[in-house]
Ligand binder design. Structure first.
Ligand SMILES: [Zn+2]
Length: 268
């Protein structure tokens, strides 16, 4: 069935959708968040490589690649400094970004699992974790959160998360996670540990599509040393950028006011 709108309605549609058409013209604004920093070292590789350093190195490469494609990038930190999780969220929201990407390395707790488990996981927020892996990752990354808000089973977090699934940003977080994850796996050939959901403190409260990428298990002997190599970091950063690009293209296609474009020339 074809629906023909009178020209005036078409013009009204155009006027009602100024933000999305503007969004297609201005550069995308992206907050990149390197995990940990300062005395918060994060996870450690068998050779003593620190997650806080790898996350910053990869984040800077992501920033450079995103700037190359014309995005405006804001980093939560650019140096080896300690930065509380609530301040990362506050910083992100002040920028009113189109999206938020937090970069981390994963780790296993025991000698046997450290030797065995490797691969890439991409997360978006949910009140409950997808599985035990996701639960463990969120617990580890939330360890720096203030005791009153970030802990396991915390009521404030649960309250905020209550109607999360209804928000558009949450659906877009899922899209962003899949877009980035797909590119990461095909670019690196890394073990695909999936797109997962978990209650990450740093994703909660970010008023934009937001994901946390565990770019690899720094605790694994091989993946840990790969993560230190510039060439591999470049591959990760390029893939994350490609994922962001694919997501932005998808969102802009979806949000572009197609009927209004046809009606626009009729405006006197
Ligand atoms: Zn981390």
């Amino acid at each position: 069935m074809t629906l023909r709108l009178p020209p005036l309605v078409g013009v009204l549609v155009l006027l009602c959708l100024p933000s999305s058409s503007r969004a297609a013209e201005r550069p995308a604004r992206i907050v990149v968040d390197p995990g940990h920093g300062g005395d918060q070292e994060g996870a450690t590789s068998p050779t003593g490589l620190l997650e806080k350093d790898v996350s910053l190195q990869v984040a800077k490469r992501v920033r450079d690649h995103l700037e190359e494609i014309g995005a405006q990038v804001l980093m939560t930190r650019e140096e080896d400094q300690s930065l509380p999780l609530p301040e990362r969220v506050e910083f992100a929201n002040k920028q009113r970004p189109d999206l938020f990407v937090s970069i981390h390395c994963n780790a296993m707790p025991t000698r046997r699992t450290r030797a065995r488990v490797q691969g890439i996981e991409t997360y978006f927020l949910s009140a409950s974790a997808s599985n035990a892996t996701a639960r463990a990752a969120a617990d580890r990354e939330n360890a720096e959160a203030p005791a009153s808000r970030g802990g396991r089973g915390d009521s404030t977090l649960a309250f905020i998360l209550h109607d999360l699934a209804r928000t558009e940003a949450h659906q877009d977080s899922s899209r962003l996670a899949y877009a980035i994850h797909q590119k990461l796996i095909s670019a690196t050939g890394g073990a695909d540990r999936g797109v997962l959901q978990a209650p990450f403190y740093v994703l909660n409260g970010v008023e934009a599509p937001a994901v946390l990428v565990e770019i690899g298990y720094i605790s694994h002997p091989d993946e840990g040393s790969r993560l230190a190599r510039a060439e591999y970091q470049e591959r990760l950063a390029t893939a994350i950028t490609e994922g962001v690009k694919a997501f932005l293209a998808e969102v802009r296609r979806r949000d572009s006011p197609k009927p209004a474009k046809v009606a626009a020339p009729a405006t006197p």
